[in-house]
Design a protein around this ligand. Structure first.
Ligand code: SF4
Length: 467
């Protein structure tokens, strides 16, 4: 019997060596395996770049409940694992299992790019940086029996590659809400903590509008998908490109969401075009309502403008998802209440409160290392409540409990009702449905945090009781 992978890639030949691409699970017990998730985009792009006449491709997603036991596939000839810092341990465990069976393992992804020395001992080859150009080269070397230990992009990277979504069509019910597409890389800003700024840099690159539209059309037709997420970290990094893309989206009548800077809300024409092209939710990295914190983070924003700009976005019927970070040197123990009260006043639909995370490779990490303030067991990303460095004015011992309290207070039992009432009164009935979906996704996670799901794990340990 043919497997779904073989049917989908059209080769049908089991004689071809199998490349297994794996998204590892987050193994921290605080993160539950989910019954549904979002497609592993980077792996689907690598799958699309794998020559079909030379390899069979299998994509395995360890983030999905029930899939973790399938991640060990002895039929693999070569394994590629994408690594972000929170899944580092699981990735290295998987790599060790395959290598013990004599299967070569390639590690790539954000964590490997930012910390190649950490990944190197766990792999036969690592890909440092963007993989679109290096991956076919690596596969050719593997086929010729001369796999090198390290691959880096040979020149300026193009990433105009539609994802091989068909490879995960068997998971379709587990990716029920949204298909993701990356249209732009790079951001002109240099926020101190920003991982994409450290990996993609300030030079902005984008896919052709035609290619993005084509991928949307294909996905819409094949998977009946109407909702898309553009995964760039700053959708308006190149405003002219973003406008061209949105204009082209209007006739497609899709719904979309993305991340962007709030200053875009100053532009009425752009806001109108966002609505017209189907934008239903926007994710903003507000970081803090305190200007001192923004200056410290080198964030180009004026916090005094936040309330009016948020109101302009909401007035257009766009849901506001906002991320707030806690741990700046100017933050003291009043920061928790200030942030919750700011979110209440501005009625942000979905605020996320997280610890300031010094990922390796970022300017923040370098500064904290120089100051000798990084916790020796710092594991940024693996626990949203952990303070991974010695704070300046915050009490480290109560840090995690205070963030959990913020979630509890904001997402109280009346939260969903309040928000549904707001959108129902304005006849945004579809928004009500969407809010319920968001509630199931983001807010269920947020409520877990509020209930203390992460408290007894590493929170506090990362801070090392230094407070
Ligand atoms: S604006 Fe956003 S994407 Fe750009 S550097 Fe700052 S945090 Fe990163």
């Amino acid at each position: 019997m043919r497997t779904s992978e073989q049917r989908m890639d059209g080769t049908g030949s089991t004689a071809l060596p199998q490349v297994t691409l794996i998204q590892p699970p987050v193994t921290d017990a605080s993160y539950p395996a989910l019954p549904f998730s979002i497609e592993p985009l980077s792996l689907l792009v690598l799958a699309a770049l794998t020559p079909k006449d030379a390899f069979r491709v299998k994509v395995l997603d360890g983030m999905l409940r029930g899939e973790r036991r399938r991640l060990l596939d002895p039929a693999s000839a070569l394994v590629g694992i994408t690594v972000v810092t929170p899944v580092r341990d699981a990735a290295y465990e998987l790599a060790a299992w395959y290598r013990a069976k004599g299967v070569p393992v390639v590690l790539g992804g954000c964590h490997v790019t930012l910390d190649p020395e950490d990944a190197r001992p766990h792999a036969d080859a690592i890909v440092v940086g963007e993989a679109e150009e290096a991956w076919p080269r690596l596969l050719a070397d593997f086929a010729a029996g001369r796999l090198k230990q390290e691959y880096r992009p040979a020149g300026p990277e193009s990433f105009d590659v539609p994802a091989a979504r068909a490879l995960v069509s068997r998971y379709r019910m587990k990716y029920p809400f949204i298909s993701i597409i990356q249209t732009t890389r790079g951001c002109p800003n240099t926020c101190e903590f920003c991982v994409p700024a450290a990996t993609y840099g300030q030079r902005i690159r984008h896919r052709s509008v035609e290619s993005v539209l084509d991928e949307i059309e294909q996905t819409r037709r094949r998977f009946r998908r109407k909702t898309f997420g553009f995964t760039e970290d700053n959708f308006f990094a190149d405003r002219r490109y973003a406008v061209r893309l949105m204009e082209a989206l209007v006739p497609l009548r899709i719904r979309w969401a993305s991340q962007m800077c709030i200053d875009i809300a100053k532009d009425d024409a752009v806001l109108d075009l966002m609505v017209e092209s189907g934008c239903f939710a926007a994710f903003f990295g507000f970081e803090s309502p305190n200007q001192q914190a923004l200056d410290e983070a080198r964030k180009r924003a004026d916090s005094r403008e936040y309330p009016a700009l948020i109101a302009r976005v909401r007035a257009r019927g766009i849901l506001v998802i906002g991320s707030f970070t806690i741990g700046y040197d100017c933050d003291d123990d009043g920061v928790y209440d200030e942030m919750v009260s700011f979110c209440r006043q501005t009625a942000i639909e979905v605020p996320l409160f997280v610890s300031l995370m010094p990922y390796k490779g970022t300017a923040l990490f370098d500064r904290l290392v120089r100051a000798g303030r990084l916790a020796p067991d710092a594991r940024p990303g693996s626990n949203p409540l952990a303070l991974n460095f010695e704070p300046s004015r915050l009490a480290a011992r109560t840090f995690a409990r205070n963030i959990a309290r913020m979630y509890r207070e904001y997402y109280d039992s009346g939260y969903l009702l309040r928000n549904l009432r707001h959108w129902f009164r304005r006849s945004h009935y579809k928004k009500c449905l969407l809010l319920i979906v968001l509630y199931l996704l983001y807010v269920t996670f947020a409520r877990r945090i509020g209930r203390g799901a992460f408290l007894e794990k590493r929170a506090g340990r990362g801070a090392g009781g230094r407070g």
